[in-house]
Design a protein around this ligand. Structure first.
Ligand code: AMP
Length: 312
C-alpha cells in the first residue's frame, strides 16, 4: 500500500488523495530554432517539462540544480508546480543549457550544443522527506544521476524512467543497470530500436521487458504509443494538433503526465492518456508556455478524445 497524503493546494482539485511524486532531470536554458522562429535561453529541461505537466495534478517534489544565472522570475514556475523544492539546489556556475534545431517536418532534431554547467559533478543528496516518496520519475538525465537518486530512496514503489539516444550510445551499461530497477520504461521508437537493435516493436517490447520493467511504453510520435504490459499490448492514438509550434519537451510532458496519473493510483492506460493529452498541449507553444496555460477543461477534453483511440 502506498502512503497517501491529502493535498488541498493542488491545481486540479480542492482536496484529493495523492502519492508524492519525486521528479529528477535537467533544468535548462534552451535555445530552440524552428523553420519560422527562434528563441534563446528559454526555460526548458526534462525535469522542468515533467514538473509543469505533473504539477497540474500531482504533489511534485523536484530534484535538480540551477546556476547563479538562472532568472529569478522562473522560480515562480517551480513554486507553482512543485510542492517541495528542498532538493532544488543553486550552485555557483552556469545553468545547464541546450540548443536544438528542427527541420520543416519536425523529424530528426539536430542538437546544436549541450553545456552541462552546474550538472557537472552534481550529486543530489535527498532530504529525509524525499527519501520516502513512493513514486519516482527519473526523467532524462545521466543514468548515473538517475541511479544515485533511486538508490537513496528506500520507499520506492513505482519507478518510471525516461532516457535519450545520447545515453544509449555512451552509457549503455549504466542505463541497463537503471532499467533493472524500473517498473515503467519510456522510450521513443528510435531509442527502442537503437537500444534493442530490433526493428519490430513487439520484439523491442519483449527485449526491454526482459531487462526488468513490467511495463514498457514505446512512444511513436504522430502514430501514438504502444504499451507492453505482461503479455498484453495496448495501442493509443494521438490528439490531432493543428499547429505544431515547438515539439521540445513533448516526451518529458508525456512522462510527467503519466507519472502524475500513477501517483493518483490510476491505471497505466489512463496514465498514458493523461501523458498524451499533456504532450499534445506542450507542442502547441514554445517551451512550457502552452503547457503552463492549459486549463483542466482542455486537458479533460483531450483525454476524452484519447480514450476513444485506445486499441481502436
Ligand atoms: P524532449 O524534447 O522530450 O527530448 O526533451 C527536450 C529537453 O531535454 C530540452 O528542454 C533539453 O533541455 C533537455 N535535454 C537535452 N539534452 C539533454 C541531456 N543530455 N540531458 C538532460 N536533458 C537534456
Amino acid at each position: 500500500m502506498v502512503l497517501l497524503i491529502i493535498s488541498k493546494s493542488l491545481k486540479m482539485g480542492t482536496c484529493m488523495a495523492v502519492n508524492p511524486l519525486l521528479i529528477v532531470g535537467s533544468i535548462s536554458l534552451d535555445t530552440i530554432e524552428t523553420i519560422s522562429d527562434r528563441r534563446e535561453s528559454i526555460l526548458g529541461g526534462s525535469a522542468t517539462y515533467a514538473t509543469v505537466s505533473a504539477g497540474k495534478s500531482a504533489d511534485v517534489h523536484l530534484v535538480g540544480v540551477i546556476g547563479t544565472d538562472f532568472p529569478a522570475e522562473w522560480m515562480t514556475i517551480f513554486e507553482e508546480y512543485s510542492q517541495d523544492l528542498s532538493n532544488l539546489d543553486q550552485k555557483d556556475g552556469q545553468t545547464f543549457s541546450w540548443g536544438g534545431r528542427y527541420p520543416e517536418d519536425w523529424d530528426d532534431r539536430e542538437t546544436l550544443f549541450t553545456e552541462l554547467g552546474v550538472f557537472t559533478n552534481y550529486k543530489p543528496k535527498l532530504t529525509e522527506k524525499n527519501k520516502n516518496t513512493p513514486i519516482l520519475f527519473l526523467a532524462n538525465i545521466h543514468p548515473e544521476l538517475q541511479l544515485s537518486v533511486l538508490q537513496q530512496n528506500s520507499k520506492r514503489e513505482c519507478v518510471i524512467i525516461d532516457t535519450m539516444n545520447l545515453w544509449i550510445n555512451t552509457e549503455r551499461k549504466k542505463l541497463k543497470e537503471v532499467i533493472g530497477y524500473c517498473d515503467v520504461l519510456l522510450l521513443n521508437e528510435f531509442e527502442a530500436e537503437q537500444f534493442t537493435r530490433r526493428k519490430n516493436h513487439d520484439d523491442q517490447g519483449a527485449v526491454l521487458q526482459s531487462l526488468g520493467p513490467q511495463q514498457v511504453i514505446i512512444k511513436c510520435g504522430r502514430k501514438g504509443a504502444r504499451l507492453y504490459s505482461g503479455h498484453s499490448v495496448d495501442t493509443i492514438g494521438v490528439f490531432p494538433v493543428k499547429n505544431v509550434v515547438d515539439p521540445t519537451g513533448a516526451g518529458d510532458a508525456f512522462g510527467g503526465g503519466l507519472a502524475a496519473a500513477l501517483a493518483h493510483d490510476e491505471s497505466i492506460q489512463e496514465a498514458i492518456i493523461n501523458g498524451s493529452a499533456l504532450a499534445s498541449l506542450c507542442i502547441e507553444g514554445f517551451g512550457i508556455e502552452s503547457l503552463h496555460r492549459a486549463s483542466n477543461n482542455e486537458i479533460d477534453h483531450r483525454k476524452e478524445y484519447l480514450r476513444n483511440t485506445l486499441n481502436s
